[in-house]
Write a protein that binds this ligand. Structure first.
Ligand SMILES: Cc1cc2nc3c(=O)[nH]c(=O)nc-3n(C[C@H](O)[C@H](O)[C@H](O)COP(=O)(O)O)c2cc1C
Length: 334
């Protein structure tokens, strides 16, 4: 367990261990404002031993981001005050927390009267508007006390729609270089953060609606997508997979986080079905990946819905006390 329990530091972010709570949308923030109940939910996971929490996706402050009314926003004023409750509660337990910034693109109906926001429907001025919205939300996240910011560029949402050749059919510079818009977002967000505040970028091959989709067919293609994000100021890459132990490309056992680290030199977070059933048969694979430097941090999602103290149970060899994840855990909130 020593590799899971070893501290990790990057800039001002100092983590007690290598365990991360993956971002999970919970629909518990009426009007986009996190409540005291949300603060308690995250504080419970921090107290339960998670080194870093990544919040559920929080909407950037542009009406095209989503029509959802219970998904939290990262906007100045009441939402910012709600987030202050959350960051204070997490910090009071000694935990650390990053805000995930999100624009849903065509995955959800926007409220601004337009059909959808996609690579095919956005003008360059629309792109500039969204870059600015991400930057403004990063500014708010800093004011609200977050320790880091994560940009959601995974799973088929707006930024990922630019990375994926199937949805990015543009014939301009934003099509020739599919990372151009995500990299502009990274650069603009980076400019809002102190140089010591880490910026995480989450990406994936798969889409929520297409598990077989791929933004990169080869390591070389992945390198061409990730290098501009690293050059624009990403500090950590969060490589979202459905099962962390699966190789990302034929011919090598490296997983997606392993490739991200190898290709860019940046630290990486792996994720995907860690401990999902309560036991953890893949623990040797996990510890091996940490100790060989394949990846630096390990995120878990669903198992933390049912077990706020999962991290402590894992690291104190009490997995027998962990409740295996069931779909019904997604509708409870504690
Ligand atoms: C209920 C639920 C909500 C999720 N919401 C988000 C989200 O807002 N942002 C995101 O990047 N991923 C989201 N995910 C994906 C998780 O972060 C994670 O990558 C996925 O659940 C796989 O990890 P796990 O097998 O440990 O659960 C969500 C997953 C679940 C189950």
């Amino acid at each position: 367990m020593t590799s899971l329990l070893s501290p990790f530091a990057i800039g001002d972010l100092k983590l007690a261990n290598r365990l991360v709570m993956a971002p999970m949308t919970r629909f518990r923030s009426p009007g986009g404002v996190p409540t005291a109940e949300v603060a308690d939910y995250y504080a419970r996971r921090a107290a339960g031993g998670i080194g870093l929490i990544v919040t559920e996706g929080t909407l950037v402050g542009h009406p095209s981001a989503s029509h959802e009314t219970t998904v939290p926003r990262m906007t100045a004023g009441v939402a910012e005050a709600g987030w202050r409750l959350v960051t204070d509660a997490v910090h009071d337990t000694g935990g650390r927390i990053a805000a995930q910034l999100w624009h849903l693109g065509s995955e959800r109906r926007p409220v601004d009267g337009r059909e959808s926001w996609t690579p095919s429907t956005m003008s360059v001025s629309d792109i500039d508007t969204i870059v600015e919205a991400f930057a403004e939300s990063a500014r708010v996240a800093v004011l609200a006390g977050f320790d880091a910011v994560e940009i959601h560029a995974a799973h088929g949402y707006l930024l990922d729609e630019f990375l994926w050749p199937v949805t990015n059919r543009r014939t301009d510079a934003y099509g020739a270089d599919r990372s151009r818009f995500p990299a502009e977002v990274v650069r603009a967000v980076r400019a809002q953060l102190s140089p010591e505040t880490p910026l995480i970028v989450r990406f994936s091959q798969f889409k929520e609606r297409d598990y077989d989709a791929r933004i990169a067919a080869s390591p070389g293609e992945l390198e061409s997508l990730l290098t501009p994000l690293a050059d624009a100021g990403a500090d950590i890459l969060h490589a979202s997979q459905r099962r962390f132990w699966e190789p990302a490309f034929a011919g090598s056992p490296l997983n997606l986080a392993g490739w991200a680290r190898k290709l860019t030199g940046l630290p990486s977070i792996t994720v995907g079905s860690v401990g999902l059933n309560g036991d953890l048969p893949e623990l040797p694979r996990l510890l091996d990946g940490l100790s060989t430097g394949e990846f630096d941090l390990v995120a878990a999602g669903r198992i933390l819905l049912a077990n706020p103290s999962w991290a402590s149970l894992l690291t104190s060899n009490r997995l027998a006390d962990v409740r295996g994840y069931q779909k019904s855990h997604e509708s409870v909130y504690f």
